[in-house]
Each structure stands twice: as C-alpha cells, then as structure tokens.
Design a protein. Structure first.
Length: 502
C-alpha cells in the first residue's frame, strides 16, 4: 500500500457522473487506488473514502453533481465514511466557488491531476487540520502543460494551443484502469480537450486544448482491452475527427481507424465505433476508411447542433447548413447502410420560428437513425451566455420546451417508420448481447446501428441461453417504438412465443 495511505483509509468507493470521457477518468483513478493497495467497493457499500467524479458541462449537470456531493457528505457526517474527495469537471471549472456551494469537502482533484487521487484519498482528515485552516488540500493544475511540468516532463518548445504540430499531446495514459463497463465493451479515449470554439461550449475552458493520444499508445491500450475481453471499442474524445493535428501526426483519424481495425481483426473481429465526430473536419479519406475497414462499424456519431446557417454562425460552428447537408449525403452515398446519430440544440439565442422549422423539416426529410435534442442552457463565461442576455435574441423557456417536444416527435415518427420497415423486410443483423432484459426470457442486445447507453436496443428471444458478449445473427420480427424484437435466425424453425407489443 502507498506510503500516502492514511492508516484509517482502506475501502474506497467511486461515484462517476457525466459522459464516457469522465467514466474513463473514473476507471483510471480506480486503477490507481487499487494498484496502491486500497480496496475498491461499490458506491452503495460501506467505505472509508468516497470519491465523486463530477460533471460540470451544463447547469443541470452541475446541480446533479452538487446533490451527489451533499449526499456523500451526509454519509460522512453520519459516520458512514471518513473522507469525501471531489474530482472532475465541476472542480476544474468552479474551483473558486465549489466550497461555498458544498462546504466540508476533504480534498479536490482537477481533470489534469488524476494521479493525485492517492494523496486526496489517503490524506489528512479535516479534523487534523490546524485551527482556522478550513481549506481542504487540492490538486488543480490550470492546464495540461502545467501538470506535465509539475511532474518533471520536458515541455520545452511544446504548447497547449494545438494545430501547430507542437502540442503536448495526451501524456497521462489510461492503461491501468479498472473498467466499469461490461467486459465485452469498452471506451477507448483517443484524445482529450478541444480546439473548436463553439459559442455554447465550456469544454475548452475545462478540459483544455486538443491533446491527441499517440497512436502507439492507442494501439497498446486497444490490445490490452481486447485481451481483457472487449469486442466493442467506442472511440471517444471531444473531437475525434481532429486527432493528430495538434501533435503533427499526418496519419490523422484514418490512421487511428486502420490501427483499431487491425487490432480487432487480429483477435478474430470486433466493432470499432466512432463517436463525437466533428462535421467541419470530416474528410473524404475518413469516409472511405469507415467504408472499407471491416471492423469499423458503419455508424457515425456526429453532433450537428443545428441546420439553419444563421444559427450555426451564431454558434461559431465554422460550417453552414448546406455544407452539413452535403456531408450527410456523402456519408450515405459512400458508406452503404451507414447509421448516423446526431444531436441538436433548440432555443439557441437568435433561433427564430423559421430557423427552427428549417431544422425540424430537415430532420423529417433526412431520416436520421438516432437523434438527441437539448434545450439551450446559457453557461456563464461563454459567448452564447452573453448572446442570451440580449432580449432580442433570448428564446423563452416555454418556447424551448415546445420546440424540443416538436423536434423529438418528428424524429419519433421517423424512427418508428424505420423500425417498422425493418420488421416488414424481416431484416437480419448481428446482435451483440449486453445482458438480460426486464422481460422474462429475453436477452438485451444491440445491432451495429445502436451505440450503448444512448440508442435503442434489440430484445432477443432465444431457444438457447445467450450470454453477454455473444454475437448472434438475428432476424427482426417485431417493433416496439424505438426498440426491436428479434430471434436468432437459427431458431426460426422453432416455435417461439414473443411478448405482446402494444
């Protein structure tokens, strides 16, 4: 056990909030504390220390994080824990305010200082602090360059500005983590931070500039995840299409996709799934790579945010509605069967009824496979927050809510039609089994067009028991809204009773 470990801290529980990138941070911190000799326990079990890895991207996520912190502090005050450590985006973004919101935190760790979790977990109890010293210890570097310098790394000539080929890159590594995902799937972070300057986004101010993980590190981590049983690798980052530009690696995302395809192919095959693509920098070479590489899933998660050019300009997206339409049509034309998932923001300052109808009309006409819609949230310190303060541009909350509902009802009709078409055609897909469904006797799985946790699912009725991680060829037999029912194609000659839908 590490020398930093306090004698009375043995059992550590983690609570991870937010996106898959934050989940990887939690997994890495878990690996660090376990490697040091601590016992990692479930967040519901008795623990000596509780680590809350927070999200601070939106106001709603901030409030969720604060509530979880308060609950952890209450557990400590009841004697159910000795220390509460707070980490992640909320700490990084609001380090000057967080103690006013939730006093009593024992230690804080920023996003560039995950390795300091050992000091935070095994540190001095608050009761042992000198009289009048109510401030907890904290490790919150201002950016990746500062964090690297503090650890003795040579940073001469390097920057955190990106796009100059001299970026510091993602040097921390994620290779000793304890996975919180099921064994058969894992997230593989290929970069951190973002060089885009979207008006609504706080990510650059929290996670910093774009930092690509070196390709040899990506390959090493991919091989380790596959050796550990992962069949599906979700490639994540704030902007995956810009990989390599900050560190001068001309192989770019195509090189990453080719590497993942090779690693999965050498293990007998698998699914490499591209998430968080940015539309501005999506090249023809990337499209062709997705089309030709057999172990790269024909699925693209590409947040578009809007389709009306004036709104995109206000958002500082560096693209137009016409350019996005051209990209989408190209994706469909050159990648047969491609599934496209996207997200949109409604109620952005300056979004008129006409601009919203332009967006809704495109969603209706194009027929995305999956869509997420979010009401605009004005975040302090962002250009969009300033725009929203202008009464001429502000969209009232009730209008935002109505537009979100209208957009999702439009997408619902599209998706239901798509699901019913698959039933009519008795389409066959390989389904990756994730676990058991709530419905008795059904397995829960996903086809290639369904990403974990954010998309719909396939419920499979099988003669033989199915286990998580199994890939089963299935025939679609029924739809239930966004979800599908299917049976293994090999079982079609066997009488199977499916639940009644409706």
């Amino acid at each position: 056990m590490s020398s930093t470990t306090a004698a009375n801290i043995q059992r550590v529980a983690f609570i991870s909030l937010g996106c898959p990138k934050n989940l990887v941070d939690s997994e890495q911190m878990l690996g660090t504390v376990r490697e040091a000799g601590f016992t990692v326990v479930s967040s519901d079990d008795p623990a000596d220390a509780i680590v809350v890895n927070t999200c601070g991207f939106l106001e709603s996520s901030k409030e969720e994080s604060l509530q979880v912190i308060r609950e952890a502090l209450a557990r400590r005050d009841r004697g159910e824990a000795k220390r509460v450590v707070v980490a992640g985006c909320l700490v990084q973004r609001h380090r000057a305010k967080i103690l006013d919101w939730v006093p009593g935190i024992d230690a804080m760790v920023g996003v560039f200082d995950r390795d300091r979790v050992l000091d935070a977990v095994g540190g001095v109890d608050r009761e042992s602090l000198p009289d009048g010293d109510a401030a907890p210890p904290y490790w919150i570097s201002g950016n990746a360059l500062q964090a690297a310098e503090a650890r003795g790394r040579d940073t001469i000539g390097l920057t955190v500005h990106g796009k100059d080929g001299q970026g510091i890159g993602y040097w921390e590594g994620d290779d000793t983590r304890v996975r919180l995902t099921p064994r058969h799937r894992a997230y593989l972070r290929i970069s951190e931070g973002c060089n885009q300057r979207c008006a609504f986004c706080t990510i650059p101010s929290i996670r910093g500039k774009m930092r690509s993980k070196p390709l040899d590190h990506i390959e090493h981590e991919a091989r380790a995840l596959v050796a550990d049983g992962a069949f599906e690798l979700g490639l994540i980052g704030q902007d995956t299409t810009s990989w390599g530009r900050d560190i001068g690696d001309d192989r770019g995302l195509v090189g990453v996709l080719e590497t993942i395809d090779r690693v999965l192919g050498e293990s007998g095959g698998g699914w490499g799934r591209l998430m968080y693509a940015y539309p501005t920098d999506f090249t023809d070479e990337m499209i062709d790579a997705i089309a030709r590489l057999p172990n790269i899933v024909k699925y693209i998660d590409i947040p578009l945010q809007h389709m009306a050019t004036p709104v995109l300009e206000l958002m500082r997206r560096r693209t137009t509605g016409e350019q996005q339409m051209e990209l989408l049509e190209k994706l469909r034309e050159r990648i047969p069967g491609v599934a496209i998932r996207t997200t949109f923001i409604v109620g952005f300052p300056g979004e008129t009824d006409a601009y919203f109808e332009e967006l809704r009309g495109f969603v209706d006409a194009f027929g995305f496979d999956m869509v997420g819609a979010f009401q605009f949230s004005p975040e302090p310190g962002t250009p969009a927050g300033t725009l929203d303060a202008d009464p001429k541009l502000h969209v009232p909350d009730e209008v935002k809510a109505a537009r979100e509902e209208a957009l999702m009802l439009t997408q619902q009709a599209v998706c239901f039609d798509n699901m019913n078409y698959l039933v009519e055609q008795a389409v066959q897909f390989d389904v990756l089994i994730d676990g058991r469904s709530d419905d008795e006797g059904l397995a829960l799985g996903r086809a290639y067009f369904q990403a974990p946790e954010v998309d719909s699912v396939v419920r499979v009725k099988s003669v033989q028991p199915l286990v998580p991680g199994e890939l089963v060829r299935c025939t679609v037999v029924e739809a239930d809204g966004y979800d599908l029912f299917a049976v293994p194609t090999a079982d079609l000659d066997t009488s199977i009773s499916l639940p009644v839908v409706g």
